[in-house]
Design a protein around this ligand. Structure first.
Ligand SMILES: [Fe+2]
Ligand SMILES: [Fe+2]
Length: 175
């Protein structure tokens, strides 16, 4: 072990700013923002005690996930066919379906019921896994960024579609 090299590298705790020219194009930036938002809400859910608050926050999470998955399925995934490995995209669709089923199941329950919290927790873990597949090095977003699609222009379309879907789905949700 080269202890001298080690002490040298740890002496300077310079904050890493990974600006290596890999700025996220708008489409990726927006989708990542959605991911961070939902992750924060899942964390927040863990702190809640009152059923009414749990229900309200879960509905918020469910709406965000439905809109997000639909945008990826309508715009991002199909337009990235050819740029991103087929297997990866196929698995992403299947994971979306799994999440949708679990969301529907939770929507059919009340927070007072047994396993409600557990199901929300498992949904959160499931989403975390899926998000990793999208964001990890070599994952869907990384492959998309290396591709030919104009992801800034796609981002503009994603923005518009998100507005529409939030209104449409927000107005027709259960409870
Ligand atoms: Fe996804
Ligand atoms: Fe996503």
């Amino acid at each position: 072990m080269a202890t001298t090299a080690k002490s040298q590298s740890t002496s300077k705790s310079r904050k890493k700013t990974r600006r290596t020219g890999t700025r996220d194009p708008l489409a990726v930036k927006l989708l990542k923002q959605d991911h961070r938002q939902v992750e924060a809400w899942f964390d927040e859910y863990e702190q809640l005690e009152a059923d009414a608050e749990k229900l309200e926050l879960f509905n918020q999470i469910a709406l965000a996930l439905k809109v997000h998955t639909q945008i990826e399925e309508e715009i991002f995934y199909p337009e990235e066919r050819g740029e991103v490995e087929d297997d990866m995209l196929d698995e992403a669709y299947v994971e979306h379906d799994g999440a949708k089923k679990l969301i529907a199941e939770i929507e059919g329950m009340q927070p007072s019921e047994e396993y409600y919290d557990a199901k929300v927790k498992v949904l959160g873990e499931y989403i975390k896994h899926h998000v990793k597949e999208e964001e990890q090095p070599g994952g869907i977003f990384a492959q998309a960024k290396r591709g030919e699609e104009d992801l800034d222009a796609m981002g503009e379309r994603i923005k518009v579609r998100k507005e529409e879907l939030m209104q449409k789905m927000g107005a027709s949700r259960p409870n």
